[in-house]
Design a protein around this ligand. Sequence first.
Ligand code: ADP
Length: 181
Amino acid sequence: MLGPPGAGKGTQAERLARAIGIPHLSTGDMLRTNVANDTDLGRQAKAFMEAGDLVPDELVTAMVIDRLAQDDAACGYLLDGYPRNPAQAQSLVDAFGEEVLELALLLEVDPDELVQRLVLRGQEQGRSDDTEAVIRNRLAVYEEQTAPLVEYYESAGRLARVEGLGTIPEIFGRLIEVLAA
Ligand code: ADP
């Protein structure tokens, strides 16, 4: 699942994974759990997350490779938040082969809408990286580092675009349609 911060990836990925019966693997959630439990990884990741920067590739990639090797991922998974740059995409292929990701689902949302949504979420959920300055940095990081993956998966014939504007059930319906096709 690919898309800018605030596109609704987490919400949709969770519903989609449940509907299909595969695990929803969110690197953001995994990292936040590590921070909350004050693990070594959490301590190393915390400052990057609070600034809205990417956590260094080697830390996140090791975490994802470990997670994908667990039994419940043997019959498929929905990855949310990874890969986030071309180097991470390459690491996945190096570890598991070209077939590691069957399809990239891109949730597309107008950039003006994103800041508004994220500020609102920050107020509702108290996520410490949902303040306006950090949000702007996360969007810039997405444009610079993650957006090139759109072309990468498109040229590999593995990209599906889904309009991310609408109600949660509407967008969910579009995702299901794309998968069915
Ligand atoms: P969002 O997509 O809304 O920014 P996430 O929950 O996906 O939220 O990510 C929150 C933060 O976790 C990111 O800003 C980044 O610091 C870190 N993070 C998550 N996934 C990765 C990744 N694949 N590589 C590096 N950092 C990551």
